[in-house]
Design a protein around this ligand. Structure first.
Ligand code: ADP
Ligand code: MG
Ligand code: MG
Ligand code: MG
Ligand code: MG
Ligand code: MG
Length: 597
C-alpha cells in the first residue's frame, strides 16, 4: 500500500494547510529523478507480482464464516520467518494492507528475464499462502488465509471476528475497526478520503434480479438518506473498495522510452484482463450485475469534494488510467482532464504527453503526511514524490526510479485484475502478462485505441459474465472493431490472438526448458479456455455455486449459510482437496496441498 514509514500522521486539516508546500518538495524531487535517470538505458527486465490475501474464520456449527482481523498478529512472525530464509527465491516480503483481515505478499527479490523464473511463480504464490497458513494453523484449525477478491457478505450483518457493532460516523457498513492498525498510513489515507470529500459517497450496484427478488428492491438503510435508485444495493465509504483484494504485476523496462511504450500498450489491455479476471459477483450479501471489484474501488476511493464533482475535467484519483504517455499516442487522449505545471515539465525536457501525465498527478492533494517526514532532511531521496505518486490509484501506475535507487529502473504497474481463488489461476494471469510485455516489444504490437473507448471497455468488463456476453473495442492493424474476449485472446481472421502470439514468442525463445514450456502451456490453456467460455471465470463459478445451492431462494440473497459453504468450497479447492473442473481442468492443476483434510 505505497510508502510506509513510521511516525505520526497529520490530520486532514493539517494536511490541507501544507499541501502546496508538500507538492513543491515532491516536484523538486521529480525533477531531480527525471534529470538523473531520463537517459538511463540497458536495465535488465525484472518483474514481480503482488498478492493481497484475506484471512477468515469458520464457525462450522453455526454455518458461518467471518473476516478475521489478524493482520497485526501474523505480520511480525511472517517477518521473522523470512529473515532466516537464505535463498532469495524463497523469501517473501510481507506488507500490511488497508484492512486488518488482509496482508500483502510479494517475492522479496523481483523475478528476472530468464525463462526458468516463469516456472517458479506459482510455487512462490503457494509458499506465500503456506507461510500465513502455518501461523494461523498454530492456534486454530478453523482459520484460513484465502484469495478472495471480495468477501461475499462484506458489510452485511456480523461479518467480522472478533465481533464488532457495525457502522461508524463515516459508514453504515464498514466500522473503523476494520482498518489495519499496523501502520498510521492506512487509517490516515482512509479517513482523509472521507474527510476531504465531506459527503457520503455511496456506491450503487445493480442487483441481479432473480425470480423471487422483491420488486422493486430497495436497499433499506439508504431510503431515508438519499434518493435511492430502485434495484440497487449500496456500499458506502472507502473501505468498501479498499477491503477488496487484487493481483498486481510490475514490470521494469530497459529505459524510459521503452517504459512509456509498454505503459501505452498495456493500457488497452486493462479492460480485457479485468474481464478475464472477474471474481466478485456478490456485494454486501446480494448477487449483483457487477462481476469485478474495480468499480467499487474507484468509486469508493474518490476523494473529490461536491464542487469538484461538478467539474467534468476532474476525475477520481482511482479512475481508470486517464492518458497515454507517448507523444505518438497523444491524439488518442480524447478525454480532457485538468493538469497543472504542464508548461514547466515541458521546459525541463519532458515530452508534452508525459508533462501532461505529471501535470495531472500534481493536481492531487497528498492524502497522508507523516509529520516527522514533512520536511525533507536532504536532497537524496524522492520520498515526497513517491508518496504522492502512490496515492493515485489508476489501473496502471507509472513508477520512475527512486532518486536513491536507480537500479529499480523505470517501471509500469498493471493493477486492474481481481485476485483469483487458486495459485494456478493467479500464476496463469501473472505469467501471461509478463509474456505479453515481451510480445508487445518483440512484435511491436500496437493495441492503442482512444481513451474514451478504453473507458467504455472498462465499464463493459464489469458486467455479469462479460467474457462471454460483451464485445470490446480492439485494434487490429489499422482498424478498431468490436470483438469478443474469445476473438481477442484466441484470434479472428488474420489476427492470431494474444495467446497464439505468446506461443509464437515462446517458440522462438532459446533458453526455455520443456518443463517450463509445459507449465506455461497449462497457463495459456486456462486463459484460452476461459476466453472461449469453456472454463468459467471465478465470478461465473461463484454465481453458479450460489444459484444452485439447496438453500438459495431465488431472491438474490447470499445467506450466512450459503457463504459458509461457498468459502469452505473455495478453501478446499485452493488447498487442493477438491477439484473444480469448471474453473480449472484437472490435468492443469499443480497440487499445492497446504492444509490437512
Ligand atoms: P507497491 O505496493 O508500491 O506496488 P510493492 O513493493 O508492494 O510495491 O510491490 C512491488 C512489486 O514490484 C513486487 O512484485 C516486486 O517483486 C516488484 N519489483 C521490485 N523491484 C522491481 C524492479 N526493479 N523491477 C520490476 N519489478 C520490481
Ligand atoms: Mg496492495
Ligand atoms: Mg504493494
Ligand atoms: Mg508498497
Ligand atoms: Mg489494496
Ligand atoms: Mg502495488
Amino acid at each position: 500500500m505505497g510508502v510506509l514509514s513510521e511516525g505520526t500522521a497529520l490530520s486532514w486539516k493539517e494536511i490541507a494547510s501544507v499541501s502546496d508546500v508538500y507538492r513543491s518538495y515532491a516536484l523538486d524531487q521529480l525533477i531531480r529523478v527525471f534529470e538523473k535517470y531520463k537517459d538511463q538505458k540497458g536495465d535488465s527486465f525484472q518483474w514481480g507480482d503482488e498478492l493481497e490475501f484475506a484471512m477468515v474464520r469458520f464457525d462450522h456449527s453455526n454455518k458461518r464464516v467471518q473476516l478475521l482481523l489478524s493482520g497485526h498478529e501474523v505480520l511480525p512472525p511472517l517477518k521473522e520467518m523470512n529473515e532466516t530464509v537464505e535463498e532469495d527465491t524463497h523469501r517473501i516480503a510481507w506488507h500490511p494492507e488497508a484492512c486488518n483481515y488482509m496482508v500483502e505478499g510479494v517475492p522479496s527479490q523481483p523475478y528476472g528475464y530468464v525463462s526458468s523464473y516463469l516456472n517458479t511463480v506459482e510455487a512462490n504464490m503457494a509458499l506465500r499462502r503456506n507461510q500465513v497458513q502455518q501461523i494461523l494453523s498454530k492456534k486454530s484449525d478453523c482459520e484460513f488465509v484465502l484469495n478472495l477478491a471480495a468477501f461475499p457478505r462484506y458489510g452485511h450483518g456480523q461479518y467480522i471476528h472478533p465481533p464488532e457493532e457495525n457502522g461508524s460516523d463515516q459508514s453504515f457498513y464498514y466500522p473503523e475497526i476494520l482498518i489495519s492498525p499496523v501502520h498510521p498510513r492506512m487509517k490516515s489515507v482512509l479517513l482523509n478520503i472521507n474527510e476531504r470529500r465531506s459527503l457520503p459517497a455511496p456506491v450503487a450496484i445493480p442487483i441481479f434480479r432473480d425470480s423471487s427478488t422483491p420488486k422493486p428492491f430497495q436497499d433499506s438503510p439508504w431510503k431515508d438518506k438519499i434518493d435511492i435508485q430502485d434495484d440497487h444495493i449500496y456500499l458506502d465509504g472507502c473501505l468498501a473498495g479498499w477491503g477488496c483484494c487484487c493481483l498486481q504485476v510490475t514490470f521494469k523496462a530497459q529505459s524510459l522510452s521503452e517504459c512509456l511504450q509498454v505503459y501505452d500498450q498495456l493500457l488497452p489491455l486493462t479492460a480485457i484482463m479485468l474481464a478475464l479476471s472477474n471474481a466478485c459477483p456478490i456485494w454486501r450479501g446480494y448477487l449483483t450485475e457487477m462481476d469485478s471489484r474495480y468499480e467499487a474501488v474507484f468509486q469508493a476511493g474518490d476523494d473529490r469534494t461536491p464542487e469538484e464533482r461538478q467539474r467534468p475535467t476532474l476525475n477520481s484519483r482511482c479512475a481508470p488510467t486517464p492518458f497515454y504517455l507517448c507523444d505518438e499516442h497523444n491524439h488518442l487522449n480524447d478525454v480532457e482532464l485538468d493538469s497543472k505545471l504542464t508548461e514547466f515539465f515541458y521546459k525541463i525536457g519532458m515530452s508534452p504527453t508525459l508533462a501532461h501525465h505529471f501535470g495531472h498527478l500534481f493536481i492531487r492533494d497528498p492524502l497522508v503526511i507523516i509529520k516527522e517526514n514533512l520536511y525533507p532532511t536532504d536532497d537524496t531521496t524522492s520520498y515526497h514524490f513517491e508518496n504522492l505518486n502512490s496515492t493515485v490509484w489508476h489501473s496502471l501506475r507509472f513508477k520512475p526510479p527512486p532518486l536513491d535507487d536507480g537500479k529499480m529502473g523505470w517501471r509500469v504497474e498493471f493493477r486492474p485484475m481481481d485476485i483469483q481463488i487458486t495459485d494456478f489461476e493467479n500464476a496463469s494471469l501473472t505469467v501471461f502478462m509478463a509474456l505479453l510485455t515481451r510480445v508487445i516489444l518483440t512484435f511491436e504490437l500496437d493495441l492503442t485505441i482512444p481513451i474514451s473507448q478504453v473507458n467504455e471497455n472498462i465499464t463493459r468488463a464489469h458486467h455479469r459474465d462479460s467474457v462471454r456476453q460483451e464485445k470490446f473495442h480492439f485494434r487490429i492493424a489499422d482498424k478498431i472493431s468490436l470483438l469478443s474476449i474469445n476473438e481477442i485472446i484466441n484470434g479472428i481472421g488474420d489476427f492470431p490472438g494474444l495467446v497464439p502470439l505468446v506461443q509464437k514468442y515462446l517458440d522462438a525463445m532459446e533458453d526455455i526448458t520443456s518443463d517450463t514450456r509445459c507449465t506455461i502451456e497449462k497457463y495459456l490453456s486456462l486463459i484460452s479456455k476461459r476466453a472461449a467460455g469453456t472454463l468459467l471465470t471465478d465470478a461465473s463459478w461463484i454465481r453458479q455455486f450460489v444459484t444452485t445451492h439447496p438453500s438459495y431462494k431465488q431472491d438474490s440473497v447470499v445467506t450466512d449459510e450459503i457463504q459458509h459453504d461457498l468459502i469452505w468450497k473455495i478453501q478446499q479447492i485452493a488447498n487442493g482437496h477438491e477439484a473444480c473442473p469448471q474453473l480449472i481442468q484437472s490435468r492443469m492443476r499443480t497440487h499445492t496441498n497446504l492444509c490437512p483434510e
